[in-house]
Design a protein around this ligand. Structure first.
Ligand code: SIN
Ligand code: FE2
Length: 218
């Protein structure tokens, strides 16, 4: 039987809106006009607060490496998951949220129907080939009326978008450089994850995928 290739050379057209739910949408190539400036900004952010492999509450190592910017950053260790005002690695506050990221988050959220979004944190995930993210809910933010804005850069990956319970059916959505996914409202608590990133070379980012997750956490 023929299996559709999720990594077919043809990426969806820029500007396409692909609904994943009543209040969840993929905005194809939405962040592309901000490149390569955004990539330059990210390199500055992760020079100040470097990528690190965090431990899960259960003591396992995550396969994606993480950093953050904004007034809060997401941290994970054997004490559990939470937002913290300081980077535990540097002991310093996280780098400030760059204006361009704030604008990108606000505009993408508005585009998806969420008008009053003011992200105060951006989680920066780095996936080298083979790295993945297991199915989880984003549930450490204070106000679940605020959406999640997720920006994909670099190598493509298959995003898994599930339901409100872990065992619900999962949609598999290939995400490419510049794609933005927004989910909120009735879709805010949907389980999601990322399948292992396949080896490859991206013209701008090289052999990696970077995901930015903008949230209003505090
Ligand atoms: C996340 O849920 O934190 C990351 C999602 C992604 O990498 O696309
Ligand atoms: Fe997440």
């Amino acid at each position: 039987m023929h299996t559709p290739d999720l990594f077919a050379d043809e990426r969806p057209d820029a500007g396409l809106r692909e609904p994943l739910g009543a209040q969840a949408v993929v905005l194809r190539a939405y962040a592309l006009p901000m490149l390569p400036g955004l990539w330059h900004t990210l390199q500055q952010l992760t020079a100040a607060s470097p990528f690190r492999i965090m431990q899960t509450a259960g003591g396992r190592h995550m396969s994606a490496a993480l950093s953050s910017c904004g007034s809060l950053g997401w941290v994970s260790d054997t004490f559990g998951y939470r937002y913290a005002a300081r980077d535990p690695h540097t002991g310093q506050p996280w780098p400030a949220m760059p204006q361009e990221l704030l604008q990108l988050g606000r505009q993408a959220a508005a585009e998806a129907g969420f008008a009053a979004f003011t992200p105060d944190t951006c989680l920066i995930n780095r996936y080298l080939p083979g790295a993945r993210m297991g199915l989880h809910q984003d549930r450490h933010e204070r106000d679940f009326r605020q959406p999640i804005v997720s920006v994909s850069l670099g190598l493509p990956a298959v995003f898994q978008f599930g339901g409100l319970t872990r065992d619900a059916a999962v949609q598999r959505v290939p995400l490419f450089h510049g794609d933005v996914v927004v989910w909120g409202g009735v879709d805010r608590m949907r389980f999601h994850g990322v399948l292992p990133v396949k080896p490859g070379q991206h013209p701008l980012l090289g052999a990696q995928r970077i995901n930015l997750t903008l949230r209003q956490a505090g």
